[in-house]
Design a protein around this ligand. Structure first.
Ligand code: SF4
Ligand code: SF4
Length: 305
């Protein structure tokens, strides 16, 4: 099975739009929404949930005030300054600062600190008109989205084996942090969706610097082509120097927005449009490209304009 992760480095480049369109073109596929912090692929997929479960990761600690003798040991030992005095003068754990290391629980002489497992995240296995869809929803204030990404990718692989799917298409997270690393590790291919804007190229460059650490096939497309032609030429030139093939240029077009409003991808919404034709040719090129990314550190520095 062949796992393709769609990444951009920056949100709003059209990565989800492209993923949704590819879902129509792959004959046997499992779709995975690895952008768990801002999952929105379900809006087009309209999934019918078949199974859902809590994703358990990390620990949450709380102080039982009645047992606490205010000795202060936990306050001084917590490396994250997560134990604070609340407005009643009692000690409490700030859930946003706490890293769940459980040191305070171990050192408290009164056993006044108790820990429970985090279970605010939920993962889903759904059916869609394109095939199985693995996705997740993060609870308010929940962390460990990298672990959640690894988990749902594992579930997507299991589903692909079970259904003998040829492809896993994964809508990756933005940025260059832990969730992105979790979305690349072990994938066969990465497709970069690059928006020709200063921020689009800046963030894509940072992502390229990250990807150089992985043995993965990398290619790129320019999305929203035409919004900054001069920059587009520079980006293509830089990608050529980095030996990253550009598989196509998708023009900026309101058709994509109209398709989204109808909860369809461009292949469904306007199958005969030139936009749909470009996406088809990119998909064809993508599944036929197998270029392993090789980059030396000097070449991978972000190029300023
Ligand atoms: S270590 Fe235990 S007893 Fe001491 S202040 Fe912290 S919670 Fe209270
Ligand atoms: S679990 Fe770790 S990070 Fe959280 S309050 Fe206790 S010592 Fe600090």
């Amino acid at each position: 099975m062949h796992e393709i992760t769609i990444l951009s480095g920056k949100g709003g480049t059209g990565k989800t739009t492209i993923t949704a369109a590819f879902s129509s073109l792959a004959e046997s596929v499992v779709i995975c929404d690895s952008d768990v912090d801002a999952a929105d692929l379900f809006l087009i997929m309209q999934p019918e949930v078949k199974q859902q479960d809590a994703f358990i990761s990390g620990w949450k600690c709380t102080i039982e005030s009645t047992n606490c003798i205010q000795c202060g040991q936990c306050v001084t030992q917590c490396r994250f300054n997560a134990i604070i005095e609340n407005k009643d003068g009692r000690l409490a754990i700030d859930p946003f600062a706490c890293e769940g290391c459980r040191l305070c629980e171990r050192i408290c002489p009164q056993q006044a600190i108790v820990s429970t497992k985090n279970s605010g995240n939920t993962w889903f296995e759904s059916e869609t008109r394109f095939g199985p869809f693995i996705h997740a929803q993060m609870g308010v204030g929940e962390e460990n989205s990298g672990k959640l990404v690894s988990f749902i990718r594992k579930k997507a692989k299991e589903k692909a084996i079970e259904t003998s799917a040829q492809y896993i298409i994964s809508d990756g997270p933005p940025g260059i942090g832990c969730p992105v690393i979790a979305s690349i590790t072990g994938a066969k291919q990465v497709l970069l969706v690059i928006e020709p804007s200063q921020s689009g190229w800046h963030d894509a460059s940072r992502l390229i610097n990250l990807i150089k650490n992985f043995k993965v096939s990398v290619s790129a497309i320019i999305n929203k082509a035409g919004i900054h032609q001069e920059l587009e030429l520079v980006i293509k030139d830089e990608l050529e120097k980095l030996a990253i093939p550009v598989l196509g240029e998708v023009p900026f077009s309101m058709l994509f927005r109209h398709a989204m409003i109808e909860q369809k991808n461009i292949i469904e919404y306007a199958p005969k449009s030139s936009e749909a034709e470009i996406i088809r040719s990119i998909w064809k090129a993508l599944i036929n490209t197998d270029k392993v990314f090789k980059l030396n550190k000097q070449e991978s520095e972000y190029v300023r304009f």
